[in-house]
Design a binder for this molecule. Structure first.
Ligand SMILES: C[S@@+](CC[C@H](N)C(=O)[O-])C[C@H]1O[C@@H](n2cnc3c(N)ncnc32)[C@H](O)[C@@H]1O
Length: 268
């Protein structure tokens, strides 16, 4: 198991063992129905109607990309996992869709998307930040600005650090598609980083099989910190919202019990 600690955990989970996280992404696929309705409303309010070019970064298996392409956005999805990109591509083809998916690093998107693609919209959904600490997020949002159009909109949907701290649970468990993940968590206050130890198991009873142990560091943000980060990386925050109840409810002003925060920013 030692080798899983030698590489960055995103490489382990997205490149080496994408199949162990896949059922957990599939399990939440339907949540994207509601989230895409929210996205399209926010985008319409900002003048980005269907036809606008949109980058979903990272896209995973295309939960949001496929739906946004279905209502007419010109969607590109990028993800580090070749397996997820292939799944998204196949689903798009099967649905007769036009979404395009590429395998690449969200910390260096220009290397696969070109230096000036000029996206009208960039979305970062389901806490797709914090994997490389604050410095990684500064790089990522700065790179997003470089590949965005001058009147572009960035939408970030990410966990609310204040909710994490108020409701911190050192242990957890989740199941999906015959897999079980046992989660142990600690919190590093100096850096607002969740230290996650996840153990994936397949099956049950005497046939239970160990699949993967992984140690993950995940930087989380309070709303004011994420606003500062975006302002620092070439974005101007226009609106902020919160949602609770596992991301299903409508956007509201942020409150203590908002599990997730949404930030809508325009390119500076
Ligand atoms: C929490 S999932 C969210 C995916 C998608 N936004 C969604 O809501 O379904 C995070 C995704 O980030 C991808 N990922 C992790 N590090 C990445 C990187 N450096 N570049 C591109 N994708 C990355 C993973 O493969 C995974 O699909």
């Amino acid at each position: 198991m030692g080798e899983t600690y030698e590489k960055h955990w995103t490489h382990t989970l997205s490149v080496e063992f994408p199949e162990v996280y896949l059922p957990f992404l599939e399990k939440i696929d339907e949540r994207a129905d509601h989230e895409v309705m929210t996205l399209t409303r926010l985008l319409h309010d900002r003048g980005h109607d269907p036809g606008s070019t949109l980058l979903d970064a990272p896209c995973g298996i295309g939960r949001h990309s496929l739906r946004l392409a279905g209502v007419g956005y010109s969607v590109t999805g990028i993800d580090l996992s070749e397996m997820y990109v292939n799944i998204a591509t196949q689903t798009s083809r099967a649905e007769g869709g036009a979404a395009k998916f590429v395998c690449g690093d969200i910390l260096n998107p220009a290397s696969v998307l070109g230096s000036r693609p000029g996206f009208d919209v960039i979305i970062s959904m389901f806490t797709s930040n914090g994997y490389f600490g604050k410095s990684g997020d500064i790089t990522m949002f700065s790179k997003f600005r470089e590949i965005a159009a001058d009147n572009a909109t960035l939408i970030v949907q990410t966990v609310n650090r204040d909710w994490v701290v108020r409701n911190f649970e050192p242990e957890g468990m989740d199941t999906a598609g015959g897999l079980r993940v046992i989660q142990n968590r600690a919190f590093e206050f100096e850096t607002s980083t969740i230290l996650n130890d996840w153990e994936f198991w397949e099956g049950s009873g005497p046939d239970i099989k160990h699949k993967l142990s992984i140690h993950m560091r995940h930087r989380v943000y309070s709303l004011h910190e994420m606003m500062e980060l975006l302002e620092h990386t070439g974005w101007s925050v226009a609106q902020t919202y919160g949602t609770s109840d596992a991301q299903m409810s409508d956007l509201k002003p942020m409150e203590f019990d908002s599990t997730v925060m949404w930030l809508v920013a325009r390119a500076k």
